[in-house]
Design a protein. Structure first.
Lengths: 816, 297
């Protein structure tokens, strides 16, 4: 009899429990990550009875989660990918906003505005106002680039903060998961089903999977699980890995385990952040730096060799060279010139070695004009570097020495032409130590100004050596590797060397009296031919000594040049041909028939020898002109393209007299000036650091828009304009706009792709979540139906108890 | 077991679908209000690239057109000066013919010489024409007065240079718009010399030389007219370049517009479609989400 009571009680209790579970399910119907629970009811172990087995009611066997681990695993992977794409998408869109294209404030517009300002000035090259406006445009352009560069860099730097926050979150989660692991294990081993704890753990793992790509291993024995990520164990049975962010000296970031080994994290938010920080954003920065460096180099090279009618700079100091850009020049040891790492200076060791397309060493020239604004004439010097000489022992000192004395201190490979000047008069080169490196400083004295253009305002020397030649021969060990310059002073011939440091003359030996017998100077035997009375004050010539101190070639003879008193000649214009200076290819003018310039009869006949054709295959040309009344004094006499001579009134006295002059098409063949950072448009070496050169900002007249000193000359500005069309990117296949457009379109494609993938991924996530819901979600209808069922069973069980009680009452009534 | 469809699953699906439709609507709305189909490169990278390239080219083309305007104003100034030079030489020839006439005496020839001298002055003034603050016959030495009469009035020397002032009318295409004074007046034919000679011959009452000089003046006239014609050729070249650039600019602008501007009709149609989809989604969502077993207990 009590059996029915007990059975009824078991029914009551079990269904009570079942109703509780159903209520719990309904209460958590919208709880994220909640897995519905199910009561497993089972018949109680039956009682053995001689009649057979007797049922003992119902019991709750277990309360189980209805979960499908396979779907949970797929959902986790999907969330990991979702988080990765979300991180990428967010940052890439931020990067896209930094570029702000297409629009009126992006780099595209800044480029168009810059080149438009070049065109405006090109139409009005005389205008000081427009020159100032070009400099202002340059400033706006660098500001746009700086802003772009800095914001990209900031974007990259900010990623580190996000990464560290993510890693902190991962560390927190691993600890929590490991703690839950412990609790679940403790409960599991005593036969409990810690469903809600397991739900909570799944939730935490889901959160963790948003940061990293995980692999989860279940251990069925004790309900715990282990998590691997990036090749290491992240969470063990009672172990939680603590990660950290490590930075390398080059700014790269790595994810480190507690034992400081690097982890290869690919998925999740952290994978996305690392990908952005190490690859994608640096790629953008590098592209912008390439744009900057290449554009700066090309414009710097043109500016450096430009001049104009208002440009009178007496000093140049090298600025921070655009390091990255030097790879595009002929300097094949670029790191030699770039200076100590991180220093804006040049290095003392200076080993330019210029090679042609086939990699053969070739000699290269740099033109230095010393302009005298007072009489509007210039002297043109060519500093020639020949890598086949000098034995590879070269330094910045050699370059300085060549400018100051005419040749390198040691056999350094630098030679100055014309050679009789000894060094560049009135010009001093100095090596100034600065910031751990050196800067080259060039300065002109006595009101002279310097430039490096192809401008021609040459007045050939009027030195006279009418009485024959002077020969120097002999040896003096103290003059090894030096140049000795002889100058006529009064009735003496004085010898001097020049200081390599500042170019000041250092007298050598006692002066020799002219007109006397052959004299001896130091250990030299100096021979002077008779007729010395015709020497003119100030005339000079130079003699080189080899490393043993012997006059180069055994002896040197100073030959006859131009007759003093003859009509002077000026070479003007800007050479538009292709032939560059070579010592063996001097341009010259020779008097064929003497006469008075501009006379109708008896006018002089002169012959010009010059070179035309391509620079590597020059063709010698000769033209003769009669300087009669058609070509009167002051008339420009055309020699070659853009080169003409102007004779002043007077006579050309001696047939056979000849003057040589220097003309070249390429003032800075090896791009030595932009490499050294002399007379550049910009300083700085990256998008974030590019600046308009300080000197130019102070004086817009420094803008080298011309190749000559004519006010209306816009030729060099047109060269600068042509930079925009120049295919100098991508191995010579892309112009600047193409390259930039490729970069931002690449970014745009990446943003669009990421967005599309993220959309797909989110759709997949929804589908997987629905799939999970199919198994584990709470269906209210189902639960309510269960509730009704359970309630009825409960009511029925109660009825059993009532029945049992009535039975007992009936029985007891019998007893009473 | 049949698929269990939970209220959460339905809710998720409804929300996700509606979100997508709303995002699409927002995109169409942005496009319609800005008039641009591309607000960021990622909206359509291919079209954005075309738009960027064509816009840069269009701006460049506008600049070339600007340059042509400047070049033409320079040429117009030269043109008008050379026309007047031609007139001066026509007058000089008339004076020469008059002076060569045997009926003239020394006094009248001297008067004519004075007229020739003032023509010479006029010619020098024309050769020193200034336009926009620049000497136009001075080569690129535009701040240097190209011609100056010597103190004795016997010669006129050229002080400018022989360089060309060029304007850029296309990538790699330049047109020289100036005529240097040396070529015009000295190098090939000494125009001033002819006038000076004529004046001196008239002063000297030398009828035969004067009549010989008629030919020189005539040659000078032809020479100036030839170069004037060449200038017309340059102007035509500029005009041709202008026509090409203008039609290129129209094409480029059309390409930019095609690449980045909104096709209103199409976008509005798409937007309406999206609107219908959103309404349908919301309505069906509200119907599906409402009922549960509880409603019927």
């Amino acid at each position: 009899m009590p059996d029915a009571l007990l059975i009824g009680l078991s029914g009551l209790q079990s269904h009570q429990r079942a109703i509780e579970v159903t209520s719990h399910n309904i209460a958590n119907a919208t709880t994220p990550g909640y897995t519905r629970q199910r009561v497993d009811l089972a018949a109680h172990t039956p009682e053995l009875n001689p009649l057979g087995q007797l049922g003992r009611g119902v019991t709750v066997e277990a309360i189980k989660r209805v979960a499908n681990d396979l779907i949970i695993e797929r959902l986790r992977q999907s969330q990991s990918e979702d988080a990765r794409l979300d991180t990428l998408s967010e940052t890439l869109q931020a990067a896209e906003l930094i570029f702000n294209e297409p629009g009126d404030t992006g780099l595209s517009a800044a480029l168009s505005n810059l080149f438009a300002s070049f065109e405006d000035l090109s139409n009005n090259p005389e205008s000081t106002a427009l020159r100032t406006s070009v400099v202002a445009q340059l400033d706006t352009f660098t500001a746009t680039l700086n802003d772009l560069g800095e914001r990209l860099q900031n974007l990259r730097d900010d990623l580190r903060g996000s990464l560290e926050a993510d890693v902190a979150e991962v560390n927190r989660l691993t600890v929590q998961i490991s703690d839950l692991n412990q609790e679940i294990r403790d409960l599991s081993v005593i036969g409990n089903n810690p469903n809600d704890l397991m739900d909570r753990r799944d939730q935490l793992i889901n959160q963790l999977s948003q940061h990293l790509d995980l692999r989860v291993r279940h251990i069925p024995q004790d309900g715990s699980l282990m998590i691997d990520a990036g090749g290491i164990l992240l969470v063990g049975r009672d172990y939680a890995e603590q990660l950290s962010v490590g930075s390398q000296p080059d700014g790269k970031l790595t994810l480190l385990a507690a034992n400081k080994t690097g982890i290869n994290a690919t998925g999740g938010g952290i994978g996305g952040l690392l990908d952005l920080h190490e690859r994608i954003i640096p790629g953008l920065i590098e592209d912008m730096d390439t744009v900057t460096a290449t554009l700066a180099l090309e414009l710097n090279a043109r500016q450096a060799t430009g001049t104009n009618h208002a440009f009178f700079a007496s000093a140049f100091t090298s600025q921070y060279a655009v390091e990255g850009a030097l790879t595009a020049t002929n300097l094949d040891s670029t790191e030699q010139i770039a200076g100590p790492a991180g220093s804006p200076g040049l290095s003392q060791v200076f080993l330019p070695s210029y090679t042609d397309a086939d990699g053969n060493s070739v000699a290269r020239n740099l033109t230095i004009n010393v302009y005298d604004p007072a009489n509007r004439t210039a002297q043109k010097f060519t500093l020639r570097y020949d890598p086949t000489t000098g034995g590879g022992v070269r330094s910045l000192d050699d370059l300085v020495s060549a400018i100051n004395t005419g040749r390198s201190t040691t056999a350094g490979g630098f030679t100055l032409y014309p050679s009789d000047a000894g060094g560049i008069p009135d010009v001093t080169a100095r090596k100034v130590p600065i910031d751990g490196g050196y800067r080259l400083e060039l300065s002109a004295a006595n009101g002279k100004s310097l430039d490096f253009s192809t401008a021609l305002d040459l007045v050939p020397t009027t030195d006279a050596w009418t009485s024959g030649s002077t020969t120097v021969s002999g040896t003096d060990a103290t003059l090894a590797g030096q140049r000795l310059t002889f100058t006529v002073v009064g009735n003496t011939l004085q010898a001097s060397t020049r200081s390599a440091v500042d170019g000041s003359p250092q007298s050598y030996g006692a002066p020799l009296v002219l007109g006397g017998a052959a004299g001896v100077l130091g250990a030299l035997a100096l021979t002077l031919t008779p007729g010395a009375g015709n020497y003119q004050n100030g005339d000079s010539f130079s003699v080189d000594f080899d490393i043993n101190g012997t006059v180069v070639g055994g002896s040197a003879t100073q030959v006859q040049e131009w007759t003093q008193g003859d009509a002077s000649m000026k070479i003007t214009g800007r050479y538009t041909g292709a032939v560059t200076f070579a010592p063996g290819q001097q341009w010259s003018m020779r008097v064929i028939t003497a006469g008075t310039i501009g006379a109708a009869t008896g006018a002089p006949l002169v012959e010009f020898t010059y070179f035309s054709g391509p620079a590597d295959a020059p063709v010698e040309q000769r033209i003769q002109r009669v300087l009669d009344d058609e070509l009167a004094a002051g008339s420009p006499v055309q020699i070659a393209d853009g080169v003409y001579a102007v004779f002043s009134a007077g006579t050309l006295s001696t047939p056979g007299n000849e003057v040589a002059f220097t003309v070249d098409a390429e003032a800075d063949q090896a791009r030595l000036l932009p490499a050294l950072g002399i007379n550049t448009l910009f300083s700085g070496d990256s998008a974030a650091t590019l600046q308009v050169s300080e000197a130019l900002k102070k004086d817009a007249n420094r803008l080298g828009l011309a190749s000559s000193r004519a006010e209306g000359d816009n030729s060099n500005l047109r060269n600068m304009s042509a930079v925009r069309q120049g295919k100098v990117f991508g191995g010579g296949s892309l112009a600047i706009d193409d390259f930039y457009h490729t970069t931002i379109t690449g970014l745009g494609v990446r943003v669009a792709d990421t967005k599309r993938l993220l959309d797909n991924q989110q759709a997949l996530g929804t589908a997987l979540e629905n799939q999970r819901q199919q198994t584990s979600g709470v269906s209210i209808d189902e639960e309510v139906a269960n509730l009704i069922l359970m309630q009825q069973a409960y009511t029925a069980s109660a009825r059993i108890i009532t029945t049992a009680r009535e039975n007992i009452t009936t029985l007891l009534d019998l007893v009473r | 077991m049949a698929d269990r469809i939970t209220i959460n699953a339905i809710n998720n699906t409804v929300m996700a679908d509606n979100q997508r439709t709303i995002a699409r609507l927002a995109t169409y709305q942005e496009q319609l209000s800005s008039g641009k189909r591309i607000n960021q490169v990622s909206d359509d990278p291919g079209a954005a690239r075309s738009a960027l390239r064509y816009r840069a080219e269009s701006l460049q083309t506008a600049k070339y057109l600007d340059n042509i305007d400047k070049g033409e104003s320079f040429i117009d100034a030269s043109d008008s000066a050379m026309e007047q030079m031609s007139q001066v030489l026509t007058d000089a020839k008339a004076l020469a013919v008059q002076g060569a006439n045997g009926t003239q005496d020394a006094a009248s020839r001297n008067t004519i010489a004075q007229s020739v001298d003032s023509l010479l002055t006029r010619m020098v003034d024309l050769a020193n024409t200034v336009h926009d603050g620049r000497y136009i016959f001075s080569g690129t030495a535009t701040f240097t007065q190209p011609f100056a009469r010597s103190a004795d009035g016997q010669s006129v020397d050229y002080q400018g240079n022989l360089d060309s002032f060029e304007v850029q009318v296309g990538p790699g295409s330049r047109v020289a718009v100036n005529q240097d004074g040396n070529t015009l007046f000295k190098e090939r034919l000494d125009v001033f010399g002819a006038l000076v000679d004529l004046r001196d011959a008239l002063r000297a009452n030398d009828a035969s030389t004067v009549s010989e000089l008629v030919q020189d003046i005539d040659d000078a006239h032809t020479h100036v007219n030839d170069l004037h014609g060449a200038l017309g050729g340059t102007e035509q070249r500029l005009e041709l370049a202008r026509n090409q650039l203008e039609s290129a600019k129209v094409n480029l602008d059309a390409l930019v517009s095609a690449a980045e501007d909104v096709d209103f009709a199409d976008t509005i149609a798409q937007m309406q479609l999206a609107q219908v989809a959103l309404e349908a989604g919301l309505q069906s969502g509200s119907r599906v989400l409402r009922p549960s077993l509880l409603d019927f207990l």
